[in-house]
Design a protein around this ligand. Structure first.
Ligand SMILES: O=P(O)(O)OC[C@H]1O[C@](O)(CO)[C@@H](O)[C@@H]1O
Length: 408
């Protein structure tokens, strides 16, 4: 029997995206048996619910021993991304290093002076469990976040550490906001991240508004997520972020495009790409592919599917406050973002631009995550793929699990 958390038609799909599959809401919902569209639409509700649940947990013991030497956020996949979000919200002047740890256990130097935040949507990833265990063993302050009633909760209980339960109603990647808010609460309790109630409320409102704009019933000409998905169809997407905040969103888009739509994506910081990977725009999938195209043809009408092309997506931040004393002035980031658009344009490489909006770091991040999250689902659906199914990931777990191996 197919479990409600695993799809069933992951390997059936069409090589060429079919826009008509995005036109009929009812059949689209039928092609999403796991309810990923619905789960993604709950982002705003996740923020509110997680904030309510986190505020019921006494996190004061985290701050009892004063400012930690370092904060380690341990978890894999979406849970791991919450560490990057905490670092972004804490900002470039955060006095405490925030280290994301995406493998089992914790770094060798972690000890009593440090804090470990172990995150796992299921509450049973070996990485987060091993991190929580190691933190308790080494006397580090621990807070665990994840599925209520899970092994992670039991472990936190044994370690007398606070646990913030995040109800599990969807796969981890559709629970980003439910996992993120408790991590930010932990950061706030430690005095390293500012998180005003108004920021939380406005972020939830923005996520609701984006869910409305991107709803399945909205046609592609008014639905920014369908438009983004159809533009990416058949391409190799490259997603670059203009700032650290925008780069977190870019990496998130790479994760969801890979997991939901099964597209290979390159993502990263535009600053770093500008010193290296930007050269891709001159290569076989970039300028060379575009050079073979009829220059008078409408780029959006181009139907030559035998040519694989890059499609650039630039996430622009612009910063909350240009006077911020971040390491890099906002003006430099802005010039770089303008430059990449010009360079793409000169080579005929098509480019989508998303610009952050909102009055807080959290809301700005949400504004760069919401539409792309939906786009990854629409791209899957346009290819006839069940966005929830992850057969290769399941096989990977099965084949690499030593217990399963012994039983064979
Ligand atoms: O948050 P969890 O349940 O620990 O899962 C970690 C990661 O493992 C996966 O379930 C894949 O195995 C991802 O979807 C997820 O982000």
């Amino acid at each position: 029997m197919v479990s409600p958390l695993s799809g069933s038609s992951g390997v059936n799909g069409h090589r060429v995206a079919d826009e008509s599959l995005l036109n009929d809401e009812k059949s689209m919902l039928g092609n999403d048996p796991g309810g990923m569209l619905r789960a993604t639409a709950s982002a705003g509700a996740q923020v509110r619910e997680a904030a309510a649940l986190a505020s019921e947990v006494d996190l004061s013991m985290l701050a009892d021993e004063g400012r930690p030497r370092a904060v380690v956020v341990a978890g894999i996949g979406t849970a791991g991304l919450t560490g990057s979000i905490l670092a972004t919200v804490a900002g470039p002047r955060c006095p405490v290093p925030i280290i994301g740890h995406r493998s089992a256990g914790v770094p060798g130097w972690v000890g009593a002076a440090d804090v470990v935040i172990a995150v796992s949507a299921s509450g049973r990833s070996p990485e987060a469990l091993a991190a929580a265990e190691a933190a308790a063993r080494r006397g580090a302050r621990l807070v665990a976040i994840g599925n209520p009633g899970s092994d992670l909760e039991a472990l936190a209980e044994r370690a007398r550490a606070p646990f913030i339960g995040v109800p599990r109603r969807a796969p981890a990647r559709a629970t980003l906001w439910g996992l993120t808010i408790p991590v930010l609460f932990a950061g706030r309790a430690l005095g390293i991240a500012k998180l005003a109630e108004a920021d939380i409320a406005e972020t939830a409102t923005r996520l609701d508004a984006d869910a409305e704009r991107c709803r399945p019933g909205a046609d592609s000409f008014v639905n920014p997520a369908k438009e983004l998905a159809l533009g990416l169809a058949g391409s190799v997407p490259i997603v670059w972020g203009s700032s650290p905040l925008a780069t977190v969103a870019a990496r998130r888009f790479a994760d969801t495009l890979a997991a939901n739509a099964r597209y290979p994506v390159m993502a990263g910081a535009l600053g770093e790409a500008g010193r290296g990977r930007v050269g891709l725009l001159d290569g076989v999938f970039g300028g060379l592919a575009e050079g073979s195209r009829d220059i008078f043809a409408d780029p959006d009408e181009d139907t030559d599917e035998s040519v694989t092309r890059l499609r650039l997506v630039v996430f622009r931040d612009g910063g909350l406050n240009p006077e911020d004393d971040a390491d890099e002035p906002v003006a430099v980031e802005e010039r770089r973002a303008d430059a990449i658009q010009t360079i793409a344009d000169r080579r005929g490489v098509r480019c989508d631009v998303l610009t952050a909006e909102g009055g807080s770091t959290l809301e700005r991040l949400a504004s760069l995550v919401a539409v792309p999250d939906y786009a990854s689902l629409y791209l899957a659906l346009a290819h006839g793929l069940d966005p929830m199914a992850v057969p290769a990931i399941s096989e990977m777990k099965e084949l690499s699990n030593p217990i399963a191996d012994d039983l064979r």
